[in-house]
Design a protein around this ligand. Structure first.
Ligand code: FES
Ligand code: FE2
Length: 438
């Protein structure tokens, strides 16, 4: 063991991985290992910008949700001035958890242990026996709830535990261009449709984050029911066409799948297409209008997917959008959070249809969800097996593929869509965090 508590075996594996990723090799062990989980908690989730909530989840003053960054519980709340605050869900007196409900509306939080009271923005304003007990020796200003640094992009609220972290804008590094396909559906942007589903899965979070960084390769096999039964409007067409784009050294990646002959912005109502043509840039329109599937991840663990789905097999598809957070809670174990995003300006009829398509596919009992997690749980089990500790997986797909010179968006783009290019960048960025000096 080193001073940081990491064994020499894991240190050596990570050192070898530096060269291995460039050559297209990734060790299986990273997908289910206690030491890797500890390193991720201490070096990755303690410094990266992590997703907390969507602004539309807390529309009114006093609305709050309780969310997590690694093992930290955080209250995300809109205060009496309409500002968004994120505070550690912990009383400063003796550390009791302040808020036990996962969402609600409150102007104040009162601790259930000795009764300290905080404004929802975090200031301590009430202390029982303040005069008799403390006799003026407690400076309330010093003992407010602990604030987490936050910033937003197009409705997404991110937080970081690192006061020295670069700005969110710099962290996203151009990936905002692609996030707009999910967040700027229609002129009014996107909103959540109902509260998120969340549940525990015996799966390593990274397998999911990788898959949603653009794994178009698994779709025709893992989700073949959709093709066979006619739920994909693209049934019968190849699933290899399109683009894979990543932001070098940032870890964000997206797969943009195409279906030849599919009409532009397929699956959206006409009025929304009209709005998007007015509010997106010419470059975004060029990229998004051709896109059938957009499956992307913001490093480390927030992902999105847009896809047309036929509610009645063989009929035209409706485009739905899901946002997902892969929250690690142990080696090979995570809490899955899943939201449906809809265009704010869409008709109720379209929102309901999109929500139905989301529920049938990526809700907790959704068909795609079952397909994916069945595979991901088995991958996780295999990665934790003793005989697999020194085994690598090949990430060589598209190793020699040249970067597209004339791609209209930011980042590193290749074609076709089926490639490991985004994943090599993901693992290289992950490695940067885990091997960074404290
Ligand atoms: S722990 Fe909260 S008031 Fe004592
Ligand atoms: Fe999938």
């Amino acid at each position: 063991m080193t001073a940081t508590g990491t064994s020499e075996g894991v240190q050596r594996m990570l050192a070898d991985m530096r060269e291995g990723v460039l050559q297209g090799r990734v060790p299986a062990r990273i997908f289910n290992d206690q030491e890797i989980f500890d390193l991720e908690r201490d070096k990755l989730f303690s410094t990266a910008w992590c997703f907390l909530a969507h602004e539309s989840e807390i529309p009114k003053n006093g609305d709050y949700v309780v969310r997590y960054i690694a093992n930290n519980s955080i209250i995300v709340v809109r205060d009496e001035h309409g500002n968004i605050n994120a505070n550690l869900n912990m009383c400063r007196h003796r550390g009791n958890m302040m808020c036990k409900s996962e969402m609600g509306n409150a102007s104040h939080f009162r601790c259930s242990y000795h009764g300290w009271v905080y404004k929802n923005s975090g200031e301590l304003i009430g202390v029982p026996y303040f005069k008799e007990g403390y006799e003026g020796q407690l400076d309330k200003k010093q003992w407010g709830m602990i604030k987490i640094r936050i910033d937003t992009y197009a409705g997404l609220i991110f937080g970081t535990l690192d006061p020295q972290a670069p700005s969110l804008d710099e962290y996203l590094g151009g990936f905002q261009f692609y996030l707009d396909i999910y967040l700027r559906q229609g002129a009014g942007g996107s909103e959540v449709h109902g509260p998120p589903d969340h549940w525990v899965a015996e799966t390593d979070w990274k397998i999911c984050a990788e898959n949603f960084s653009g794994d178009g390769y698994h779709t025709p096999v893992a989700h073949q029911f959709g093709f066979h039964l006619g739920y994909f409007p693209s049934s019968g067409a190849t699933h290899s066409e399109g683009w894979a784009v990543h932001i070098p050294d940032k870890g964000h990646g997206i797969g943009l799948g195409h279906t030849p002959g599919m009409p532009p912005f397929f699956g959206y109502p006409d009025e929304l297409v009209e709005q998007m043509r007015g509010s997106l840039s010419a470059e975004q329109i060029e990229v998004f209008s051709k896109t059938r599937t957009a499956v992307g991840s913001v490093f480390p663990n927030l992902s999105f997917l847009i896809q047309p789905f036929s509610l009645v097999p063989g009929e035209p598809g409706v485009r739905f959008c899901t946002m997902r957070l892969w929250h690690p809670i142990g080696p090979g174990r995570m809490e899955m959070w899943s939201w449906c995003l809809v265009p704010k300006d869409a008709s109720d009829e379209y929102k309901e249809a999109a929500y139905k398509a989301y529920t049938l596919t990526f809700g907790q009992a959704g068909t795609f969800e079952q397909d994916d997690f069945e595979n991901w749980t088995r991958v996780t089990k295999a990665a934790g097996a003793t005989a697999v500790r020194d085994v690598d997986f090949p990430y060589v797909m598209g190793l020699e593929r040249p970067r597209l010179a004339d791609f209209p968006g930011p980042g590193y783009a290749v074609s076709p869509y089926v490639t490991d290019t985004n994943f090599r960048n993901l693992w290289s960025t992950w490695l940067d965090y885990l091997t960074r000096e404290a």
